[in-house]
Design a binder for this molecule. Sequence first.
Ligand code: HPA
Length: 267
Amino acid sequence: MKQAIDRLVERLDGRAPEMALVLGSGLGSLAGEVENAVRIPYGELPGFPESGVTGHAGEVVAGRLSGTDVLVLSGRAHYYEHGNAAAMRPVLETLAGIGIGKLLLTNAAGSLREDMAPGSVMLISDHINFSGSNPLFGEPTDRRFVGMTEAYDAELRAGLKRAAVATGIDLHEGVYMWFSGPSFETPAEIRMARVLGADAVGMSTVPEVILARFLGLRVAACSVITNLAAGMTGQELSHDETKEVAPLGGRRLAAILKAMLAEGRTG
Ligand code: HPA
């Protein structure tokens, strides 16, 4: 880890970001809006993942966004790529190691609510880990017993809600249920997810939230809704649809994020 921290500090060249943003599907273009940017491919940073999913780049972009120093992570490792829920651990340890205290995660998700249509944005209030896995499997210290009662930071969430109001964009709020993927859910699984209290389903983010809390990072997360979940429309789901629809909600979420940064509403 020390190698990645040293390398990143060297490449940041005096920049001192307080917040990191992980860009999921549809948010990629936000990395291009960072000013005074330094771009560092994941390949230069030991332990950072090789990203194998189409629609995800794999670089760190550090600079200013809406007047705030940020570090943007374009591309993430997913559990379904290799079955390793801790694949993002070196990344988050590196962030914590350079003094970043706040993490904002974004993803694409399927909606369980008819009133939360494709193109909408959902602030994650809580999650259900339905994968059966955990990024802290194998962690030998008692620190592994991480409290998750207030996993999603109240101040960051309040800042995002205020930013949404300021931009006039609807920000839904709900529970995100982590399925391992990579196959999409069945209609029966979606009916189950609804009974269990989920509002959206997706294949990422939850391991990163657990790791963030383990490392003492404050974290918030938002989903871009790309589709109604399996069985809700009579149509088959596809990754192409996710990639096609994601930029619409992505633009809305990007506007909310920028408004939050501009107002210094990052808690
Ligand atoms: N299920 C799981 N992950 C997703 C979906 C979905 O319907 N849409 C986008 N990511």
